[in-house]
Design a protein around this ligand. Structure first.
Ligand code: PAN
Ligand code: ZN
Length: 195
């Protein structure tokens, strides 16, 4: 990650909604099947992919806009199309560390679902296509699933101070997994929850 600038004046950056790229780009992270290995339901499918070389699942670019007293971040995520077994490519998903921190997600391209769930198990899902904006309330874990044939691109706006807690979703996943059944995206009860 490059040094994060602290701005004292208004600042503008270039953003390409088709690729999700910022100019300048301060931070780019690649997420591969190996980074999400434990999260996919079909472990033999994960191992088969890893045996043949790793595969890119999504790219995340964050642009922090820091001033002396605020810490807004604009992030873009590009989830490439594909499946691991029958389960579609998805983000890792996380809670914010702070329970008073919401987030705005704006789908720019592609189709899929935004899964959200509280620690107490209130599960909500938003069907996504270009133009949908979803407000994720504080204390809802969030994950995006790309069920389309092309890349799914979305923008996220959040406070850096929100923090990211990946452990609960990594351990249990969401209440439902989204898989392809008879050529259609289908939500099935997460087998890891009934174990
Ligand atoms: C987003 C996410 C981004 C990647 O910027 O961090 O889409 O998803 P994971 O962080 O779950 O890998 C966000 O929700 N920030 O808070
Ligand atoms: Zn978040």
């Amino acid at each position: 990650m490059k040094l994060i600038p602290i701005y004292s004046k208004p600042v503008s950056v270039e953003f390409d909604p088709t690729t999700g790229e910022f100019n300048p780009c301060l931070e780019l992270q690649h997420r591969r099947v190996s980074d999400l290995a434990a999260m996919f339901s079909d472990q033999p499918a994960v191992q088969a992919i890893l045996a043949g070389g790793d595969r890119l699942v999504y790219d995340v670019r964050n642009h922090p806009f820091i001033t002396h007293n605020t810490d807004m971040v604009l992030g873009t995520t590009v989830i490439y199309p594909g499946k691991v077994g029958t389960e579609y490519h998805m983000t890792k998903g996380h809670f914010h560390q702070r329970d008073d921190q919401p987030e705005l997600y704006h789908c720019l391209q592609g189709e899929g679902f935004l899964q959200m769930e509280t620690r107490a198990g209130d599960y909500q899902v938003a069907a996504w296509h270009a133009g949908v904006i979803t407000h994720i309330p504080p204390a809802y874990a969030h994950r995006v699933v790309n069920t389309g044939a092309g890349p799914l691109v979305f923008v996220a706006c959040f406070h850096m101070a929100a923090g990211h807690d990946y452990a609960p979703v990594a351990a249990r996943g969401f209440k439902f997994v989204i898989v392809e059944r008879d050529g259609q995206p289908t939500a099935l009860p997460n087998p890891r929850r009934s174990a």
